[in-house]
Design a protein around this ligand. Structure first.
Ligand SMILES: [Zn+2]
Length: 79
């Protein structure tokens, strides 16, 4: 069983579908028993969704889009 910290560390990769089946299963088992992590997941998911939708809008200047992409990338690497 993984702990909350591991869960949060894996969240980005989980949402990207980058985890292997075993890790995904451990994570989902954790979510079943951990309401705080589910609520974090929901917040995280809607934040990244808004981010993606913003990135898909053509009127966003390229410089800003690049900055946002860099932030997301840095976030992943910092985990
Ligand atoms: Zn948890």
């Amino acid at each position: 069983m993984i702990c909350c910290k591991e869960c949060l560390d894996l969240l980005y990769d989980y949402l990207e579908g980058d985890l292997d089946a075993e890790t995904t299963k451990s994570l989902e088992e954790h979510f079943e028993d951990c309401p705080p992590c589910i609520s974090f997941l929901n917040t995280y998911q809607s934040t990244t969704k808004i981010c993606r939708e913003t990135l898909n809008q053509v009127e966003i200047p390229e410089a800003i889009r690049d900055t946002l992409l860099k932030v997301l990338k840095d976030h992943k690497e910092s985990n």
